[in-house]
Write a protein that binds this ligand. Structure first.
Ligand SMILES: C[S@@+](CC[C@H](N)C(=O)[O-])C[C@H]1O[C@@H](n2cnc3c(N)ncnc32)[C@H](O)[C@@H]1O
Length: 179
């Protein structure tokens, strides 16, 4: 962002906005502005930002198409979408999703990776790339579900390799004008 750029932070809760503003104050960053709102309806103008970043928020939304359309709308031509999200690899039963939700709250609405690509493409993005940064293995599930009342071993076998923390990148078509 540098000294002349500007970053907006968006969250729908007063608690997270208060925490973010407190961190901003401690870090002494004047060119950051926090906005209250929803990612399904971003309170920014069309083509007003160069990059959209986020960590573990899009997978919580019940309307991913709307979120991706909003990210596309606020990006300038050539702008980049670069978010971290939980993504599913392969098919996962509804029962497993419910059990895993107790383990990592974020996974209930996680998209399957090819579905994520399709939705990004439908929103208009190009240069779509999904890079797993951590693939959750059976041992991770056993460690977390032991003592939870679930059959940790059975769930772990089904979970192995299916949930991934993923860096999702894409670009809005068009030439980026450098300021
Ligand atoms: C799992 S936390 C991640 C927070 C932060 N990105 C981090 O990495 O620590 C999810 C955050 O997203 C916010 N959130 C969830 N759904 C949202 C939505 N539809 N619109 C705006 N904010 C949302 C929540 O209020 C919460 O602060």
């Amino acid at each position: 962002m540098g000294a002349t750029g500007k970053a907006y932070g968006l969250d729908m809760t007063d608690e997270m906005l208060a925490l973010a503003r407190e961190n901003q104050r401690k870090a002494g960053l004047p060119n950051v502005e926090f906005l209250k709102g929803e990612i399904e309806q971003i309170p920014l103008k069309d083509a007003s930002v160069d990059v959209v970043i986020s960590n573990c928020v899009i997978n919580l939304s019940a309307d991913k198409d709307r979120v991706l359309a909003e990210a596309f709308r606020v990006l300038r031509p050539g702008g980049r979408f670069a978010v971290s999200d939980i993504v599913v690899r392969g098919s996962v039963s509804a029962d497993l999703r419910r059990n895993i939700e107790l383990w990592v709250g974020c996974v209930a609405g996680a998209l399957e990776e090819s579905e994520y690509r399709q939705k990004l493409a439908r929103a208009g993005f190009e240069a779509i790339d999904l890079e797993p940064t951590r693939i959750y293995r059976a041992a991770d599930a056993v460690a977390l579900l032991t003592g939870s009342g679930f059959d940790a071993q059975a769930v772990a076998r089904e979970v192995d390799g299916k949930f991934m923390s993923t860096f999702v990148r894409a670009r809005k078509p068009g030439a980026q004008k450098l300021a």
